[in-house]
Design a protein around this ligand. Structure first.
Ligand code: PBG
Length: 342
């Protein structure tokens, strides 16, 4: 047979590596770590097998485990000792993230990125204080009995500009504790700009901002909300996180973050949003991060547990695909397992 084109020529074992377009390295990965001020022992997270909430005392040990696999960067999430309507434990000097960051940066070489958001710290679970006139979680629950849920949801609005003031406090407290990078995830308008200004004003001009620039209102965050205890007590996040239906809007959102000084641009979730990763790769020269979220992790684990999918190969294929779409770095709960394997 006289075929001119035989793509299979380049699929032989000894040439496949040379022509491979994408590779996955431990240095591409960031491991999320949960630090919990309400416990003095490690608590397994049921919907995220292999992950735990660790007490502040164990934060260093936990990060050392990550470093041993070859992953050099961690993203810290905190569960505070107490919550209030304004989320004030988020910027406390002796807050859970501030304490953990101080210890980790003091005792290890890990590159510490802190999640900057209020949803784990407010008693209502929204990503900022609610607009004046809106009730507290308690009032809401009490009134819930006599109102239908759709009605209640309609009333929930986070006060954008009051949240910005809180974010300034949070980032400067994280930077003061030694955070190497801050990652605002609340999808508030103008957040990157005020954070950049606050860091510069306080002498932290060397601290980069990784913006959750295109963060969608996704059902794939479910397991995380159990893990970080940050589920909204009422309503949802559709008034601040992006509508999954929108692709062009992501470019507008991300352009604003670029103008405001974001150093790294993140898309979240990853697998259902690879078109967005690919769009950002084409439109911007910044490093692009993708967050392979809790639900993406949980579904592979659940299928593997049933014997329906092979965990290791589906995890590797997922991460490789996220890189192929254009991500430079990936936040993933698979970081340690995959790095170990690589
Ligand atoms: C908080 C935050 C969330 C996640 C990261 N930061 C949850 C949310 O927006 O509800 C989700 C991470 C995951 O699912 O792995 N703003």
């Amino acid at each position: 047979m006289d075929l001119t084109h035989r793509p299979r020529r380049l699929r032989q074992d000894r040439i496949r590596g040379l022509v491979s377009e994408t590779s996955l390295e431990p240095s591409d990965l960031i491991a999320p770590v949960f630090v919990d001020a309400t416990t003095d022992e490690r608590i397994p997270i049921e919907s995220m097998p292999g992950h735990e909430r660790v007490p502040v005392e164990e934060a260093v040990t936990r990060v050392e485990e990550v470093l041993e696999t070859g992953v050099g960067a961690v993203m810290l999430f905190g569960i505070p000792g107490s919550k209030d309507p304004g989320g004030s434990r988020a910027w406390a000097d002796d807050g859970v993230i501030q304490e953990a960051t101080r210890r980790i940066t003091g005792e290890t070489d890990a590159y510490v990125i802190t999640d900057v958001c209020l949803c784990e710290y407010t008693d209502h679970g929204h990503c900022g204080p609610l607009e004046a006139g809106l009730e507290t979680a308690h009032d809401h629950a009490a009134r819930g009995a006599e109102r239908d849920p759709a009605d209640r949801e309609a009333t929930v609005t986070v006060d954008n500009d009051a949240t910005l003031t809180a974010l300034e406090r949070i980032v400067t407290s994280h930077a003061a504790a030694g955070a190497d990078m801050v990652a605002p995830s609340g999808m508030m308008d103008g957040m990157v700009g005020v954070i950049r200004e606050a860091l510069d004003r306080e002498g932290y001009e060397h601290v980069p901002v990784m913006s959750y620039a295109a963060k969608y209102r996704s059902a794939f965050y479910g397991p995380f909300r159990d893990a970080a205890d940050g589920a909204p007590a009422f309503g949802d996040r559709r008034h601040y996180q992006m509508d999954p239906a929108n692709r062009r809007e992501a470019l507008r959102e991300v352009s604003l973050d670029v103008e405001e000084g974001a150093d790294v641009l993140m898309v979240k979730p990853a697998l259902p949003y690879l078109d967005i990763v690919s769009d950002l790769r084409r439109e911007f020269d910044h490093p692009i991060a993708a967050y392979n979220v809790s639900g993406e992790y949980a579904m592979l684990h659940a299928a593997a547990e049933k014997g329906w999918l092979d965990l290791e190969s589906t995890a590797l294929e997922s991460l490789l695909s996220i890189k192929r779409a254009g991500a430079d770095l990936i936040l993933t709960y698979f970081a340690e397992d995959v790095a170990d394997r690589l």
